[in-house]
Design a protein around this ligand. Structure first.
Ligand SMILES: Nc1ncnc2c1ncn2[C@@H]1O[C@H](COP(=O)(O)OP(=O)(O)OP(=O)(O)O)[C@@H](O)[C@H]1O
Ligand SMILES: [Mg+2]
Length: 223
């Protein structure tokens, strides 16, 4: 059961975020906020810094100036261990390149966030595998899956622990239109049913069309 009290209350706030690689600016003056239960799509040209921004939101990358706040947590003030613990508890991340563990079968890959939180829950794992249409493939190794199946493993893993902040980098990039639409349904169900905030980077008009808001990232900022 999901009680109202269990619903996330943290707003994600990005304030004046700026990042360079060496002397090359990636983005500057990035300001936006995402409320619990809100779905924000981030679009922009290839190389403009969308994946870099998403990595910053997850505390996986650092920035030069500005702030990222999740509720009352200021990510910039956390050390690496504190960031890892915050991420483990609050964040589900769908990477552009999956990052599925090759030596674990599909079910164990999906179960990993729950195992790390010491909250094993085989029923929840089975529920997530069913939600992404992979119920029959739980015992397969990642090398025995197609690209689109791997992408769905990554999505099930990002959702399994009911994160309050869901960050997804091109999560439907490898999927046919029908599977992409069903995968978006799974991501959106999590956002709507559990009140998670969803930030989705995409080149897909179909995916962006389902967002509450679409933000375009350029070298000048985000709007
Ligand atoms: N480790 C790095 N060192 C230097 N430059 C980098 C590094 N990682 C990324 N970049 C550069 O930073 C810019 C932003 O990269 P990023 O991957 O965030 O773009 P993106 O908007 O996600 O692009 P795409 O739509 O192609 O995925 C690019 O110009 C890229 O070449
Ligand atoms: Mg990218």
């Amino acid at each position: 059961m999901n009680h109202a009290a269990d619903r996330p209350t943290q707003t994600l706030r990005v304030q004046g975020l700026t990042k360079h690689y060496g002397s090359t600016p990636v983005f500057a003056g990035v300001d936006f906020a995402v409320q619990p239960g809100e779905f924000v799509a981030i679009v922009g040209d290839s190389g403009v810094g969308k994946s870099t921004l998403l990595n910053c939101l997850a505390g996986l990358d650092t920035w030069d100036s500005g702030h990222i706040l999740h509720g009352s947590t200021d990510l910039g003030l956390l050390d690496e261990t504190q960031r890892a613990l915050w991420r483990r508890t609050h964040v589900g991340f769908v990477f552009q390149a999956f990052h599925v563990l090759p030596h674990l079968d599909v079910a164990h890959n999906v179960a990993l966030p729950l195992v790390l939180l010491q909250r094993p829950d085989p029923e929840r794992v089975a529920q997530m595998l069913a939600a992404v249409g992979l119920s029959d493939l739980g015992a397969r190794l990642p090398a025995q899956l197609s690209g689109g199946q791997l992408q769905r493993v990554a999505i099930a893993r990002a959702l399994v622990h009911r994160p309050s902040l869901l960050l997804a980098d091109e999560p439907t990039g490898n999927l046919d239109p029908g599977t992409a639409a069903r995968t978006m349904d799974v991501l959106l169900a999590q956002t709507r049913e559990h009140g998670a905030a969803l930030v989705l980077v995409t080149h897909s008009d179909a995916a962006a069309a389902r967002a509450d808001r679409v933000l375009r990232l350029t070298a000048q900022g985000i709007a």
